[in-house]
Write a protein that binds this ligand. Structure first.
Ligand SMILES: [Zn+2]
Length: 498
């Protein structure tokens, strides 16, 4: 198959840091060769089709929850329900998914695939493979790569790599500031033209309030969301874990909740002032959620997300598994009565930014997801090499992987715990993230892209280190019994993982 034309390395675009606003990539449209003369239709001989039979179809975007067949034809949702079987082309593929949930392909708007520059940790191919394994059909990469994704050339590099090697849709954000250094705005218009779905300095936080204001005013012209990693550097300093009982007990520098809440408050004020939307990433502190809830009740254009580790684990995990399970672990909806997984104290797979916080904070994050203050669940999938994590806690890099355990942990904490209906959990993983990035995915509407996730909500399985598709193994949930498991991931009508 001929490679689609992208920007080749010799092209000037690789050297240019700023491209004209009308710049677009030279992208070949995928065309079914049999359909070149006549427009694609069901009558077309080489049409590709897949009929998913007998599953429980949950599509929050259309308030659908019923047992039905789903027909995918030529990369689009073609029919659902009674029409599906009759419209299925003869000889098309059929999968029996009875007893399983069929939902729009899951979307994770917060992943770090480390390409370019840090591909010993992960690359787009392996990150996308982990996404497919976790039931995710679309992911959004963060720009804190090396170099940072702050110009159209780097965006094109990622798009080309994704086209070549990724099993799922890999989208990218661009940086707010050049080199994510927080000093000078990146060429945001050119980034938008090159195809970024949002801008963020994730991994860093713009400290200069005026610069953040200008970024918001500028992006409002492009209808581009701004995502923010909320961290006030003057308050957080060299903190490596939540500032509270456990950091003083363990003797580690604290990362206070106020370090996050301060920037959430700043973002609310700036969103209100500029009218531009800000999305607060990986919320961890009770005060942040309180601030967001109040601001949203007044109609401020602001939103938030939470990650599985923040609504499941607490800072007690860093004192070791015994300490955790004795107290805070009771807040985990752990399946079965089996033995709980064990880990030592100072395990660096419990170190991430923002840090795991108290049980009260975890409860507030859960309440935020349940009442919709936090609209989106994301993984903050952040791979690192073993040798980087196998050091003293204070010296280890922040971050853990999460794409493969995210769906199960979300189902355990929200659905199996009885706190949310299944459709609402799926909403936080599909249509809500799609809405933020202005995507037509995240729904099973007829005509929508044929991205579908099939999962068994009740399957119990043990998450094993050796089974991961990621390059990295920095994950705190290994050896956990999880409840809820993807069984099939479909992207553009093709099964990419089963
Ligand atoms: Zn972050």
């Amino acid at each position: 198959m001929e490679r689609v034309k992208g920007i080749e390395p010799s092209h000037e675009a690789w050297k240019a840091s700023v491209l004209p606003l009308n710049y677009t990539r030279n992208r070949a449209q995928p065309t079914n060769p049999a359909c070149v003369v006549n427009p694609p239709s069901l009558a077309c001989a080489a049409v590709s089709s897949l009929l998913l039979k007998g599953g429980r179809v949950i599509d929050p975007a259309n308030s659908r929850d019923e047992t039905a067949d789903v027909l995918l034809v030529d990369g689009r949702v073609a029919a659902i329900g009674a029409d599906a079987l009759g419209q299925a082309p003869e000889g098309g593929a059929v999968e029996d998914v009875s007893g399983k949930v069929v939902c729009p392909g899951l979307i994770d708007i917060h992943v770090h695939f480390r390409e370019p520059g840090q591909t010993a940790k992960e690359n787009i191919e392996t990150g996308a493979a982990a996404a497919a394994r976790g039931g995710f059909t679309t992911v959004v990469c963060m720009p804190n790569t090396s170099p940072a994704i702050d110009n159209p050339g780097t965006v094109a590099l990622i798009q080309d790599s994704a086209e070549r090697s990724a099993k799922v849709n890999v989208l990218t954000t661009g940086a707010i500031t050049k080199g994510i250094a927080g000093e000078e705005l990146a060429p945001i218009g050119s980034l938008k033209s090159a195809g970024v779905v949002a801008i963020t300095d994730d991994g860093h936080c713009v400290q200069d309030n005026d610069l953040m204001r200008r970024a918001l005013e500028y992006t409002a012209m492009f209808n581009l969301p701004v995502m923010d990693h909320c961290q006030d550097y003057s308050l957080v300093g060299s903190g490596v874990m939540h500032e509270g009982y456990w950091n003083s007990t363990l003797g580690l520098p604290g990362w206070p909740s106020a370090g996050e809440e301060m920037i959430v408050a700043r973002n609310i004020l700036l969103a209100e002032k500029t009218g531009a939307h800000i999305h607060c990433q990986h919320m961890s502190a009770a005060g942040s959620i309180r601030l967001l809830r109040e601001a949203k009740s007044r109609g401020v254009p602001i939103s938030g997300e939470a990650c599985p580790h923040h609504f499941t684990l607490t800072d007690a995990t860093i004192a070791g598994s015994e300490k955790f399970w004795a107290e805070d672990g009771k807040g985990v909806n752990y399946p079965g009565d089996g033995e709980r997984p064990a880990w030592p104290e100072f395990d660096t797979n419990f170190k991430m930014n923002p840090p795991l916080r108290s049980a009260a904070d975890r409860e507030a994050v859960i309440e935020g997801i349940v009442d919709g203050t936090l609209e989106i669940i994301s993984s903050d999938h952040a791979p690192h090499c073993d040798y980087e994590k196998e050091v003293e806690f204070a010296n280890a890099p922040f971050g853990i992987t999460g794409l493969e355990n995210q769906l199960a942990v979300a189902l355990m904490q929200f659905y199996h715990s009885g706190r949310m209906p299944l459709a609402d959990v799926i909403d936080r993983l599909t249509v809500a993230p799609a809405r933020l990035i202005r995507s037509d995915r995240g729904t099973l509407s007829v005509g929508a892209p044929a991205d579908v996730t099939v999962f068994d909500p009740d399957a119990e399985w043990v998450f094993r280190r050796e089974d991961t598709a990621s390059k990295a193994t920095n994950n705190p949930f290994y050896d956990w019994t999880l409840k809820g498991r993807p069984v099939m991931t479909i992207v553009g009508g093709e099964i990419v993982w089963q």
